[in-house]
Design a protein around this ligand. Structure first.
Ligand code: ZN
Length: 293
């Protein structure tokens, strides 16, 4: 991972999965070498990420957290076991601690999360929980496996969830397309995809016709799901499977929360606009009526 991915790793990674940290330039320190006195040695070290983003249970939402550096505690992290603490910037009350082991292996620097408090939880935003319906149990089992580092198990559960919920996801896409005025032919394709039976075919069709304005930053959750669902499991490590499970989780959450709220937002806007137009028309009619008398 790159250094700017470290903050996310500290918050979200499962325990005991060492990741190589790239782009760290070794700093110079002096070490005592027996018989030779103090000698300069290049030791890799990197700055503590000063801020992370995570869910705060006290605030009930995602917030920014600031590094809680006690007086004299190092701002740079070297080799060994390190304890880093963050405080929620919003409420100022909640603390998050993470323990990492920094090591060198064949000249590569590795960071491994070995502990955290509070422990990893399963985030279920209300809309998402509702959308999961009967698949919620499988989702929770999948995320529990993921948090324990059992990526292969996690992936199997999440694939099942995606399989079971694809009809609903396509319904969200269809509604979003109708509400935001997509081409009728594209909407018709999504309808056909929903009615289909073969998973691959349904998701591929949806991915192909998803309009650009529903893909902020070019994210096409259906293209992603299509690709991830068909990824072979053989020869993949728990770690790789964890990453795939995370991407599936994000794609699903995007459809059931972001895409859905966009549709609702567009519908509300339409309703408001209709109301305003009606009020304006009434006013105009009244004025014309007055002018006529
Ligand atoms: Zn808070």
């Amino acid at each position: 991972m790159k250094y700017d991915e470290l903050a996310k790793y500290l918050v979200e990674a499962p325990l005991y999965q060492p990741k190589p940290l790239e782009g760290v330039v070794p700093g110079k320190t002096t070490v005592l070498v027996e018989g030779l006195g103090r000698r300069p040695r290049a030791e890799p070290e990197f700055p503590v990420p000063k801020a992370v983003e995570r869910h705060c249970t006290a605030c009930g939402r995602g917030t920014n957290w600031r590094w809680e550096g006690a007086l004299g505690s190092a701002e740079r992290i070297g080799l060994g076991l390190k304890w880093i603490t963050y405080r929620c910037k919003n409420c100022g009350g909640e603390l998050f601690s993470v323990w990492i082991l920094v090591s060198l292996s064949e000249d590569r620097l590795f960071v491994e999360k070995v502990g955290q408090h509070p422990k990893l939880e399963i985030a279920l935003p209300p809309d998402f929980e509702k959308a999961l319906g009967k698949s919620k149990d499988f989702y929770i089992k999948g995320m529990r496996s993921r948090h324990a580092g059992y990526g292969i198990g996690a992936l199997a559960y999440l694939r099942r969830v995606v399989d079971d919920r694809i009809y609903d996801m396509l319904a969200v896409l269809e509604a979003a397309m109708v509400e935001t005025g997509a081409y009728p032919a594209a909407v018709e394709t999504v309808r056909r995809a929903r009615a289909g039976k073969v998973f691959d075919e349904r998701v591929r069709l949806a991915a192909e016709v998803m309009p650009g304005h529903l893909k902020p930053g070019g994210m096409n959750p259906f293209a992603l799901l299509y690709e991830l669902q068909s990824f072979g499991l053989h020869e993949r490590s728990d770690e790789e499977c964890c990453d795939i499970a995370d991407a599936m989780d994000e794609a699903m959450k995007y459809v059931f929360t972001e895409l859905k709220s966009r549709t609702e937002g567009a519908a509300q806007y339409k309703q408001a606009a209709t109301k305003i137009q009606k009020a304006l028309a009434e006013q105009r009619a009244r004025k014309e009526g007055q002018a006529g008398t």
